[in-house]
Write a protein that binds this ligand. Structure first.
Ligand SMILES: [Zn+2]
Length: 99
């Protein structure tokens, strides 16, 4: 359930909110908690990626080999699981941190 996109931020420490050097000033101004900000952005990116894979799936339907289509289905399913994991991590953080 904690398996996430390889290029995403690591979700290993749920209690430290200040050790995120890559958060920009603009993001920091959105809310008080930096970790919540990047988790929201990470979740948004994951959902956007999932939507893209579904779009590819719809476009490929009937126009590609069965093998290729099944590969797209697997990719989409992985993206769905990743986005769900990102959502749960975000929920857990806001509950634990009260932000
Ligand atoms: Zn927080």
């Amino acid at each position: 359930m904690t398996h996430l996109a390889p290029n995403g931020p690591r979700l290993t420490n749920n209690s430290v909110c200040s050790a995120r050097g890559h958060i920009s000033q603009i993001d920091a101004q959105v809310g008080g908690c930096e970790e919540k900000n990047w988790r929201v952005r990470f979740y948004f990116n994951a959902v956007t990626h999932y939507a893209t894979t579904v779009d590819d799936l719809v476009k490929a339907r009937g126009r590609t080999s069965k093998k290729e289509y099944q590969s797209l289905v697997a990719r989409s399913e992985k993206a769905r699981i990743d986005s769900e994991a990102a959502r749960l991590e975000l929920e857990r953080h806001t509950q634990e941190h009260g932000c």
